[in-house]
Ligand binder design. Structure first.
Ligand code: ZN
Length: 387
């Protein structure tokens, strides 16, 4: 079955064969066949289709690609957030409180919780997402966390190296993560990740863990330079990882390494918003020629938002990205950060993942922060939010 979405006032395609960063087309139409895009161009030239959807002059953008989330967890940490907002700093140890709740939850409870969050994301325009483990921290609980995540996305990441559990030493835990835990997790994961930070894992431990993952075919990603300066970002660049996430505290050498390696800096401004940390220097990174993506980092501790539109608004308001750069970073660059070229771009042959905005322009995503602007979502050609 084919569908033509026509009378699109402004269409952001991210197609590099079109003009500008976003490849904008005005008075546009998109034809969808099955799960793929069949045609993009001026509405007046659009071919016929079985179903016709009138966008009413509103804007259409690619579905958001959220390349960093921690959705498999149980429990609530709103009290910790309230404490932090009234003067207590965030420390990595807060993760352990979620670990206890996650271990105590059944598979069914974890699955229904992830399903609820994925639906929440989809309703806000996210059509592709990555989900990490990292609140199990035992062989059994990491493997089942990833099995739960796999029901919702192919982009699953083993993050056994999130924090060292209270009942073991860092040395013993790295042995566990790189041995039996990795073996149990690998069948359910595409990626391996390490929280490389003071209070979590140092650069040498991160190198060891990523190498063990690489040996059995998992691709590396890294949480680095979130809370302080350190060698995590340079390790990611040295290893040629596709993306390194957070990048809040960067030296001039870190920025040079990112530029030279092509490793994408995935910025997670919802974290800084929710922890009152300084924001990453997105403007400086872009001006230096670094590739930048935006993601939510949706997690129960440091940032419990699932809204990519909020991330775009923060990137524009707080990090001096242009509205076009921010949308591109939340779509095409999110896809690049997952090494995917089938999503994040609206062009023939690509996945039909589209968002109809209740606005005349994509700029409204930043211009109208906090306003629910998503009027329709198509995921692989299927209308999942009524347009
Ligand atoms: Zn994270």
């Amino acid at each position: 079955m084919s569908t033509v979405i026509t009378n699109i006032g402004e269409l952001a395609t991210n197609d590099p064969d079109r003009d500008g960063l976003l490849g904008l087309v005005t008075d546009a139409a998109v034809v969808v066949e099955g799960s793929r895009i069949a045609w993009v161009g001026p509405a007046a030239e659009a071919p016929d289709a079985d179903v016709r959807v009138d966008a009413g002059g509103r804007a259409v953008v690619p579905g958001f690609v959220d390349s960093h989330s921690h959705l498999v967890f149980a429990g609530d940490r709103s009290a910790e957030f309230e404490a932090r907002m009234t003067g207590q700093p965030y420390t990595a140890g807060g993760i352990r409180t979620t670990v206890a709740k996650t271990r105590a939850a059944t598979d069914e409870q974890l699955t229904s919780h992830v399903a609820r969050l994925v639906a929440e994301m989809r309703a806000q325009g996210t059509t592709s997402l990555e989900i990490k483990s990292g609140y199990g921290l035992s062989v059994h609980d990491e493997a089942r966390s990833l099995a739960v995540a796999r029901q919702f996305t192919d982009e699953t990441t083993f993050l056994g190296a999130h924090v060292v559990p209270a009942d073991t030493t860092p040395e013993d835990y790295v042995d566990l993560v790189t041995g039996p835990m990795l073996a149990a997790a690998a069948p359910h994961a595409r990626w391996i990740d390490v929280f490389c930070e003071d209070g979590a894992f140092d650069v040498d431990q991160a190198r060891t863990i990523l190498a063990a993952g690489s040996d059995i075919g998992l691709r590396g990603r890294l949480h680095a330079n979130q809370l302080t300066y350190g060698g995590g970002v340079r390790l990611a660049c040295e290893l040629g990882l596709v993306a390194v996430d957070h990048c809040t505290f960067l030296s001039a050498l870190d920025v040079e390494s990112l530029r030279d390696s092509g490793t994408i800096a995935t910025l997670l401004p919802g974290v800084e918003f929710s922890t009152r940390q300084p924001y990453p220097d997105a403007r400086g990174l872009l001006d230096a020629g670094v590739r930048v993506a935006l993601a939510s980092d949706c997690n129960p501790g440091s940032c419990f938002t699932s809204s990519m539109a909020l991330c775009i608004a923060l990137a524009v308001r707080e990090m001096r990205m242009s509205p076009a750069e921010a949308l591109h970073a939340a779509t095409a660059m999110g896809a690049a950060a997952l090494d995917r070229d089938d999503v994040g771009v609206l062009a023939p042959g690509k996945a039909a993942d589209l968002v109809l905005l209740d606005a005349p322009s994509y700029v409204h995503l930043a211009y109208r922060p906090g306003v629910p602007l998503v009027a329709g979502v198509w995921q692989h050609g299927r209308p999942v939010v009524p347009g």
